[in-house]
Design a protein around this ligand. Structure first.
Ligand code: AMP
Ligand code: ZN
Length: 469
């Protein structure tokens, strides 16, 4: 299986080759732990989970590192406002983040380094940049990276370097720099930082955000590694700066393949904390949606396509998942019967499924292969598929689920139906049998008002709890 990924560095879809056979080192920019992550953030983490699982499906061993940004303006501001030490302030958000990863069935990374535990590594990098003549100290005591002194700057964002010198302001939040594109490696302490401060040979202060990812990725993955990922907003300046800091010191290519996912949007705008148009995972769970349904929605578009978040999409996910569940249930029931094996099998979807994933993680195509298989399995069941054939089909679903993570995991347990609801449903069945359609419709509405959806089929009616609005 030859994987082909879009590499932001070359702006091309290209065959993926790892530096070491069968091993992939992958770095993922993780959350800033000053609040709960929103589902836009989780779109990025789910894209990375899909990438990781696809690499595993293709036979690679993946070593993934995801950082926790636990020192920056936002975490410091939050801890001061709450009157708590920084670590105490960030801990509940770190715990909530891990709980959310579980709810979304995201495979854990191998290492979750926190920035505050890696200050010495960051300081070593700054020292090396001083030694190379690329870092300089400004009047306010902060240390900056001089973009002008590093000719490799701009290759990820495909920047015109002359623009960096000609007075185009790129980072509006930084000052006292030699060049407009220069960025902070170390921020000198000021009152707003409270007691969040570390000593350094060039003065007390704290590390810049970009520096933490260069320092921690190289510590855990080496000076050159295979894959680096994030949302598209991370590409510039964050990832460009990570490359500069690393390559200026090592002189080696930092990362081979850069992959970025498009944003989750709401009404055409990026979902973000600052715009206030966001939902956290908890918001949606409180409305009655499951982690499994949310995972399905966030994965269902190709990762480089913008995805618009809607409640209709969540409802569609529920329907799609119940089609899968019905098929799994029917296959399981058949697999439990005792009948001889006639040798018939549902044809394997794995070649089409694998090819879709290999094509730059084309999830819509991969899901099409899954649903074609579900249809074929339902057809085969109707034609008397043997228990051995049903068992084989379940095995194929399991193989696909190793990548998708929506079929088996987090499947809701059978809901207990309250007696009152059962009585209403029984009354409705009677009304239907008596062809009293007005009464049966009225009972359907009454059930809906109590949060239960009735569906009619040849076998009778079924009841399902509805998502809360
Ligand atoms: P942050 O905590 O803001 O540093 O973001 C963490 C991750 O979420 C980064 O990879 C961002 O690029 C990504 N991200 C933030 N907002 C969105 C969004 N609306 N859609 C997709 N990814 C996002
Ligand atoms: Zn980063």
């Amino acid at each position: 299986m030859e994987l082909r990924f879009y590499n932001s560095l070359t702006r091309q879809v290209e065959p993926f080759r790892s530096l070491k056979p069968h091993e992939v080192g992958m770095y993922t920019c993780g959350p800033t732990v000053y609040n709960f992550a929103h589902i836009g953030n989780f779109r990025a983490y789910l894209f990375e989970d899909l990438l990781r699982r696809t690499l595993e499906f293709a036979g690679y061993n993946v070593r993934q590192v995801m950082n926790l940004t636990d020192v920056d303006d936002k975490t410091i501001r939050g801890s001061l406002a709450a009157g708590k030490p920084l670590k105490e302030y960030t801990r509940p958000y770190i715990e909530a983040f891990f709980a959310d990863l579980k709810t979304l069935n995201i495979e854990p990374a191998e290492v979750y380094p926190a920035a505050t535990d890696h200050i010495p590594e960051m300081q070593q990098l700054i020292q090396a940049l001083f030694d190379k003549g690329i870092a300089y100290k400004s009047e306010d005591g902060s240390v900056y990276f001089s973009v002008d002194r590093f000719p490799g700057y701009g290759k990820l964002a495909h920047l015109d370097r002359s623009a960096l010198r000609s007075g185009v302001r790129i980072n509006a939040d930084e000052y006292e720099k030699e060049g407009f594109g220069d960025f902070a490696l170390w921020k000198a302490w000021d009152e707003k930082d409270g007691d969040v401060v570390w000593d350094a040979p060039w003065g007390r202060g704290r590390p810049g955000w970009h520096l933490e990812c260069s320092a921690m990725s190289m510590k855990y993955l080496g000076e050159s590694f295979d894959l680096h990922t994030g949302g598209i907003d991370n590409l510039f300046p964050h990832h460009e700066n990570e490359i500069a800091q690393a390559e200026a010191v090592t002189g080696k290519p930092f990362v081979h393949t850069w992959m970025h996912c498009a944003h989750l949007r709401v009404n055409g705008q990026k979902m973000s904390k600052s715009l206030g148009n966001f939902f956290t995972l908890r918001d949606l769970l409180d409305k009655g949606y499951t982690g499994r349904e949310i995972r399905y929605v966030l994965l269902s578009a190709q990762y480089r396509q913008p995805l618009n978040f809607t409640f209709e999409a969540l409802a569609a996910a529920r329907t799609a998942l119940s089609r899968i569940d019905e098929c799994v249930d029917a296959l399981s029931a058949r697999a439990g019967e005792s009948k001889p094996d006639d040798g018939k099998r549902v044809p394997s979807p794995l070649p089409a499924f694998g090819e879709a994933l290999a094509d730059d993680l084309n999830l819509p195509e991969a899901l099409a292969a899954l649903f074609a298989f579900i249809r074929a399995a339902n057809g085969a069941l109707a034609e008397g598929l043997s228990p051995a054939g049903a068992q084989a089909a379940l095995g194929l679903l399991g193989r696909m689920d190793a990548v998708l993570g929506v079929i088996y995991a987090k499947r809701p347990k059978a809901t207990t139906i309250p007696a009152e609801i059962k009585a209403l449903a029984a009354a409705r069945a009677e009304a239907r049998a008596a062809k009293n359609w007005a009464e049966s419709d009225r009972l359907r509405d009454e059930l809906a008002a109590k949060g239960w959806q009735v569906r009619d089929s040849k076998e009778g009616q079924t009841l399902k709890p509805m998502a809360k609005k």
